[in-house]
Design a protein around this ligand. Structure first.
Ligand code: GLN
Length: 481
């Protein structure tokens, strides 16, 4: 898709201006209903950038692959001089003073940003319903959730309001909405992509990644955003980034695919989802892949480990959102009923933050408090290592592991809003990759009929640490099916 648009612009078949107008037109048609974008930038500003690219083409210059092509950015990622709301009332008027590292790199490639995509508040959620700016809707059935927290990014791509978008994934926020919306989304290995300038949810879990229509498009974007950032010391040096696309041959012959029986026997797994993903495994076998049984004895602790650790990290990252340094301040921006400093903190946070964010701050503060730290956070950290060990052993036998993306297709809006535990269970298959810091990609496995509408179902490939490019190649193999 990206290559096709690039060719059109470079050959003069279509101008970047025309391409941008087409996408802006689709946004105008659909965004009111789907609510994928919180903010769309001024048409004039977008078209001005497009015209500069067109000028270059007219002068016979060669443009870069992503140049002059528009995209959407999850509103958790800073673009200098633009608002980053994080989907929160608290940050409604926050204007970023610097570009995130990923944005800086994309700007160098001449990418055009159309606006900011909706999300669950501070990336906490699995349905897109926790945004202070209203729920995003699933384009396949607007009574269903699009998944979350990168709800707007996935919907923008699925409804062709944007050719590709950036999301973030702390426990599935790129992959789960991609699955619910029938697009491709990848969480890279932790440390592959800089987190600088991205509002942190859980620092040791967060990764930025692309959402697009095809595996190749995901790879094109990853190629640009991956690599060392001297100011994010969790990132690593990449070599040979320019040649990564050529490695995507999609060959599954002789590849060893890990099959975890427990994944497919889990209570709550929808029969159709299981059949579709299993069907893909059978297909891979016909292509010459070998299916190998592997066990992850500590998988059952993934969700608990995740929610314990991330709420702890959330509570410490959210401490700065106190209405004094950042965000809504009841005494200044509100009714001004605060009587003293403590009151300012309490009222600002209880009025400015949504219920789920408050819940996680309370849970995390509790888990980190004196006397509980050893029993909870430290214990969870030890279990995290056990889960990594399980995977290390599994990857001695197999190249990657296959799993459903979510236990069910998209659920109804409102279905799980009163039951946080039911909502957390939607992440059962995605959190393990973040707990273990491995790369994982979600791609369409097929569609099922629900209440008279077709809904997409996703599947995931989980790879070894730093095997992101190989994983993309295998994913391309499945996509060719
Ligand atoms: N649904 C998960 C959660 O609510 C994942 C969030 C994310 O990846 N940002 O924590």
């Amino acid at each position: 898709m990206i290559k096709k648009i690039h060719k059109q612009i470079q050959s003069g078949e279509k101008t970047s201006e025309e391409i941008c107008r087409e996408y802006l037109g689709k946004i105008k048609e659909q965004n009111e209903e789907l609510n994928a974008f919180i903010e769309v930038y001024e048409e004039e500003e977008i078209l001005e950038q497009a015209k500069q690219v067109d000028e270059k083409v007219k002068n016979g210059e060669k443009i870069k692959l992503l140049e002059g092509i528009p995209c959407g950015i999850k509103d958790l990622i800073n673009i200098q001089g633009k608002k980053t709301t994080a989907g929160s009332r608290m940050m409604e008027n926050y204007v970023a003073s610097e570009d995130a590292e990923v944005i800086r790199r994309l700007k160098k490639e001449g990418v055009i940003f159309m606006g900011k995509a909706n999300l669950d508040e501070f990336a906490m959620g699995a349905s897109g319903e926790n945004s202070a700016f209203g729920s995003t809707k699933n384009p396949y059935d607007t009574t269903k959730v699009p998944g979350g927290s990168s709800s707007g990014s996935a919907v923008a791509v699925a409804s062709e309001m944007s050719p590709w978008a950036l999301g973030t994934d702390t426990g599935g926020s790129i992959r789960q909405p991609s699955g619910f919306c029938g697009v491709v989304g990848m969480k890279p290995t932790y440390g592959r992509v800089s987190r600088r300038g991205v509002f942190p949810m859980a620092t040791s879990y967060d990764q930025v990644g692309p959402i697009a229509q095809t595996v190749e498009d995901v790879a094109i974007v990853l190629q640009v955003i991956a690599g060392e950032d001297k100011q994010d010391n969790t990132t690593i040096k990449e070599s040979n980034l320019e040649n990564k696309l050529a490695e995507l041959d999609g060959d599954l012959k002789g590849v060893k695919i890990g099959y975890v029986r427990e994944f497919f026997e889990k209570e709550g797994l929808d029969d159709d989802v299981r059949d579709l993903v299993k069907g893909k495994i059978d297909w891979a076998k016909e292509q010459g892949a070998e299916i190998v049984d592997v066990e992850l004895p500590n998988f059952k602790y993934s969700l608990a480990t995740y929610y314990l650790m991330i709420t702890s990290e959330v509570s410490s990252n959210m401490a700065r959102i106190d209405g004094i340094r950042f965000g809504f301040n009841e005494a200044v921006d509100g009714a001004g009923e605060s009587k003293n400093l403590l009151d300012v903190y309490q009222k600002s946070r209880s009025l400015g933050l949504g219920e789920e964010v408050q819940r996680r701050i309370v849970l995390g503060t509790y888990a980190l408090s004196a006397g509980y730290y050893d029993a909870y956070y430290k214990k969870a950290q030890a279990v995290r290592e056990l889960i990594k060990d399980d995977l290390r052993k599994a990857f001695e036998k197999v190249d990657f592991i296959i799993a459903p993306t979510s236990p069910t297709p998209a659920f109804r809006l409102g279905d799980k809003t009163d039951d946080p535990l039911a909502m957390y269970l939607a992440d059962i298959y995605t959190v393990t990759a973040n707990v273990a810091m491995i790369p994982a990609i979600a791609l369409p496995a097929g569609k099922v009929e629900r209440e008279g509408k077709e809904l997409p179902v996703g599947m995931q490939l989980l790879g070894k640490w730093w095997d992101d490019w190989k994983l993309l190649s295998w994913a391309k193999g499945f996509e060719n099916n």
